[in-house]
Write a protein that binds this ligand. Sequence first.
Ligand code: 13P
Length: 240
Amino acid sequence: MALKKLVAGNWKMNGLAADLGQLVEIARAPAECDVALCLPATLIERASRAAPNFAVGGQDVHASASGAHTGCVSAAMLQDAGARLTIVGHSERREAQHESDADVRAKASAALDAGLEVILCVGESLAVREAGAAVATVSAQLDASLPDRPVTAVAYEPIWAIGTGRIPTMDDIAAMHAALRERLVAAYGEAGGAVRLLYGGSVKGSNAAEIFAVPDVDGALVGGASLTAADFLPIVAAAN
Ligand code: 13P
């Protein structure tokens, strides 16, 4: 099934009010695919005011609705600020914040319950890739991270491809996405066929068309190249 592509940007810990002009330019550009930007929490409200019909998202969410969780943001808070979606389970959080598959699952559930769309990230380390265990490892990670109800998208982000300029071969992306599609269908039945599978890791204007042509690649999750309209819009154009 050909799904409508989703090109989502992840600004990570980048972006001040002065950078919202980039978001407005991205929001105004014509697109046949879905486009979203996941911003630092501090920018979400201003971004959703600056571009009211554009899909603005968070980069993480707490699994609890409220309470004594200093520094954290709940799904209701993201929505209140104007977010439509959130990323969960990014490898940078799995590593630096020690988030487990169970944590990611709980976050995804909380976000879906609140009515947010969810992009759930999975991906292997270089050691796992070199040991020939990437597909088995990432499949198991996905199985353990998926909530009971379908997420909007799953992003396959090989950790060694993030911010490095290195990407897997198209055959490796195809093999991984086919395996993840199988897991999604096993988890959700027919609805698993409608979950978009994004590739993430050093996606640029120069490689996006080739990546989007791979079977079961339904879009991209883009880090560095999502920070400016000049870098991001060619990726959106490649998906159109
Ligand atoms: P880069 O596009 O900078 O490699 O980052 C990918 C990523 O981590 C998106 O979530």
